[in-house]
Each structure stands twice: as structure tokens, then as C-alpha cells.
Design a protein around this ligand. Structure first.
Ligand code: PLP
Length: 441
């Protein structure tokens, strides 16, 4: 163990980490594009974009410059009673990309808080309109919306938070018919799921504040995907009951699914959208909860009573806004979405090889995302197989972190074709190593 790792071990408490069993964390001292480098100069391909954040890759010169320039002008100012150019410019550019349905941006710091804000907005929206009986939230089973209390409440089905259930607000799950390439049962499963949704909507008429959904892609549940047809049908049915629709696009936003936002796949925008992760391309903690003018108008009044009582010390931080603004400009300047399409094509070209593999099933490709399950694999979040593979991949210079039996790639869009080939090769070689370790042929 290096000196840094020893000092880390002495003083730090890492996220989602069992310190009783985990090996020492890898110390990264430098990063560039799709690569991380440790102190010895060893390269690790960041194939999950550092928790799906750095969409343009690490240390992009334009983002570095935007950050440095902003630091020289204004590093921070409180955001109640004050504003600044980058916050306004970012809101304008982002709203332009989000389209007609959105007019207002509320800033916060991360995906959990973006969702927390959305839930509070939805809850208060009904109260401000005089409908105090709407206390219930719906979400997909398996959804993960973050680690704060409200976000955990609508992430019950993720399996992470059973311990905290007594603390949670009222939430119910609706089915998420996960699908994959070649799935022949999906249409029937979707029909059954929609019938179940209808029953829930009827049973709780007038009680539901909002439905919050991970649209098309459930990340933490194991990179599960549903069809756009299903998401569209759910959105329409929920709307027909007068319930607000929140899309948590924390993971799907900014090109991940092949479109700038996942809602574009269904041609229907939600009432509230939550964004983070790719917003600053992994540079700074920043999140957005965006709504329409009509929704915003419900919070206005002659005194504070109807105002949204929510804010953070770092709301609208200028450094974060400056990088986010520059990151959005890069999408146009570098034709980033074209590269996402190319990555999707390369993933699709690999599908026949994956299909022919004896250990692989349930292959999914969605934009820059490639995922599959291990046949007969164990589902637990940190199953022995997933830990073996994670460590094997890392020792071979690949940051691939399987979820239970699911192996996936979610690379920065700047990844080169050569690097992608290395990723595919390594990913499959890891499965051979797993087989050997389990005494297979
Ligand atoms: C869909 C989704 N929502 C919310 C979150 C929580 O975001 P954060 O970790 O920034 O709080 C995540 C994180 O992975 C996510 O994938």
C-alpha cells in the first residue's frame, strides 16, 4: 500500500464502500480524455465515465479554460438576492436545448438534490393550488433517484434502503418491464404492466402528487432498459389522471441514450426534469430541476407562504455554471451527438459476438451504453463475481464496475475507436478469467 493509500485508509470514509472488506482505493493523480493515470503513470480506461459524469472526457482544454477564466472573475456568490452572468446564460442555453415545455431552472448540487427539489416542488404545487390530499409518489420498481430522504423514498425498489423505510415518505412502485435485444415477451409484459398502472392510478385517484421515473434506463438497478413505447404509454396515462410527471434524467441527460435527453425518444416532455452528472461533464457538482412557467406560477404570491423553501450554500455556483455552459457549447462545436451515434453503431456491431458467447444474455444497447447479464450470475449488488471482475478489469487497465451479474460500458464520448476495441477485448477476456477462476473450461 502506498503512503497515500495508508493515509486514506486512516482518515477517509468512501461512498458505497464496506471498509471492512474493500481493498485500498486506486490513487489517481492525473486524467486526460478517456484515461485515468495513477502515480506510477499506469493508464486506466474510464469506461464508466467516473460514475457516468464526464461525458466529454477528462481535462478537456475548453472546459479547463472556462473554469480558470471564471475563477479569475467570480468564484462564488450566494444565490438568494444575487445573480451572475453564467447562471443566467446557462439557464438560457439549457432551456433552449430542453425545448418548449421548460421555462425555469432551479439550481442545486447533485442528482439527489435535483430530485429532492422536484419532489418538494410537486408536493407543494398541489398544496399551493389547494389540493392538500396529494401525498403519494409513484416510481418504477427498481428506480434509483439518490441518497437523500425524499430520493430514497422513491428508490425503495432499488434494494439499497430497506433500513431507512421508517423515515420515508409515501411512495408506491409501478412495473418496469425491462427488455433486451431479441426479447419476444416484451409486448405482453408491457400490457400487463400498464393494466397494473391503471389499477394503481384508479385506487389512488386524487392522492398522487407526482410520478418520478428513470426514463428508458434504470442505471443503478443494473442498466435495465424499457421500450420508448412503454415510457410513452405510462406518461400519457399518468397525465390523463392529472398527475405531474417527473423525469429523473440525472443519468440519461446529455446524450447518454443517443439523444440529448431521453424524453426526446418518446416525443413527450415531462412536467419536471432533473439533470446533473453530465451537466458539467464531471467537473463540478451542479444540478438542475427545470419546470414550465405555468408550474412556476403556482409558487408566486404576495408573501413567502407559497414560495419554495429550498436552497443550498452553493446554489448556482459560478464555477460550475461556467463549465456547464461551456460543456453545452461543446456539444455543438464538436458535434458530440454524432460521436454518440458512432459509439452506438460500434456497440451494435459487437452484438453478434456477444450473442454467441456462452456466458452472456440479455444484451442491451442504448446510445453510448452497452450492457449484458452473465448467464446464471448472481444478482447481488456486490456479488463475488462482480467483485472478481471489477478487480480483474482494474488490474488490466479498465475501469469497468459490474453491478451484480450486469456488465456494462458507459464511456466518455471522446473515447477513440482503438480504445473501444481495447475495452471490448478486455471485457470479454475478463469473462474467460472468471470462468477459469470458477474452474470452468
Ligand atoms: C438516475 C439517477 N438519479 C439520481 C442519482 C443520484 O445522483 P447523485 O449521486 O449525484 O446524488 C443517480 C446517481 O447515480 C442516478 O443514476
Amino acid at each position: 500500500m502506498t503512503d497515500l493509500q495508508q493515509r486514506d485508509r486512516r482518515h477517509l470514509w468512501h461512498p458505497y464502500t464496506q471498509h471492512g472488506t474493500e481493498t485500498a482505493p486506486v490513487a489517481i493523480v492525473r486524467a486526460k480524455a478517456a484515461s485515468l493515470f495513477d502515480a506510477q503513470g499506469r493508464e486506466i480506461l474510464d469506461l464508466i465515465s467516473s460514475w457516468w459524469t464526464c461525458v466529454h472526457g477528462h481535462a478537456h482544454p475548453a472546459l479547463n479554460e472556462a473554469l480558470c477564466t471564471q475563477a479569475g472573475q467570480l468564484e462564488h456568490v450566494m444565490f438568494a438576492g444575487f445573480t451572475h452572468p453564467r447562471a443566467v446564460e446557462l439557464a438560457e442555453v439549457l432551456l433552449d436545448k430542453l425545448g418548449d415545455r421548460f421555462d425555469r431552472v432551479f439550481y442545486s448540487d447533485n442528482g439527489s438534490t435535483a430530485n429532492e427539489v422536484a419532489l418538494k416542488m410537486a408536493y407543494q404545487y398541489w398544496r399551493n393550488r389547494g389540493e392538500a390530499g396529494r401525498n403519494l409518489f409513484l416510481c418504477f420498481e427498481g428506480d434509483y433517484h439518490g441518497d437523500t430522504l425524499g430520493a430514497m423514498s422513491v428508490s425503495k425498489g432499488s434494494g439499497f434502503f430497506t433500513l431507512f423505510e421508517d423515515l420515508m415518505c409515501a411512495a408506491k412502485t409501478i412495473p418496469f418491464p425491462a427488455t433486451f435485444i431479441g426479447d419476444e415477451t416484451i409486448a405482453a409484459r408491457e400490457q400487463a404492466a400498464l393494466a397494473q398502472l391503471e389499477t394503481i392510478l384508479e385506487a389512488h385517484r386524487g392522492q398522487i402528487a407526482a410520478v418520478i421515473l428513470e426514463p428508458l434506463l434504470q442505471g443503478a438497478a443494473g442498466i435495465r432498459v424499457c421500450r420508448p413505447e412503454y415510457l410513452r404509454a405510462v406518461t400519457e396515462r399518468v397525465r390523463s389522471h392529472g398527475v405531474l410527471v417527473i423525469f429523473d434524467e440525472v443519468a440519461t441527460g446529455f446524450g447518454r441514450t443517443g439523444k440529448m435527453f431521453a424524453f426526446e425518444h418518446i416525443g413527450l416532455a415531462p412536467d419536471i426534469i432533473c439533470l446533473s452528472k453530465g451537466l458539467t461533464s464531471g467537473y463540478m457538482p451542479l444540478a438542475v430541476t427545470a419546470v414550465s412557467e405555468a408550474l412556476f406560477a403556482q409558487f408566486s404570491g404576495p408573501d413567502f407562504t407559497k414560495a419554495l423553501a429550498h436552497g443550498h450554500s452553493f446554489t448556482g455556483n459560478p464555477l460550475a455554471c461556467a463549465v456547464a455552459l461551456r460543456s453545452l457549447q461543446l456539444f455543438d462545436e464538436e458535434d458530440t451527438m454524432h460521436r454518440v451515434q458512432e459509439i452506438q453503431q460500434r456497440h451494435l456491431a459487437l452484438v453478434p459476438t456477444l450473442k454467441a458467447h456462452p456466458r452472456i444474455e440479455k444484451i442491451r444497447v442504448l446510445g453510448s451504453i452497452l450492457a449484458f447479464d452473465l448467464k446464471g450470475g448472481r444478482a447481488g449488488y456486490k456479488s463475488s463475481e462482480s467483485l472478481f471482475l471489477r478487480d480483474w478489469y482494474l488490474s488490466h487497465g479498465l475501469n469497468i464496475r459490474p453491478y451484480g451479474k450486469t456488465i456494462y460500458l458507459m464511456p466518455p464520448y471522446c473515447i477513440t475507436d482503438t480504445q473501444l476495441d481495447r475495452a471490448y477485448e478486455g471485457m470479454l477476456a475478463g469473462l474467460e478469467a472468471l470462468d477459469s477462476s470458477q474452474g470452468g473450461s
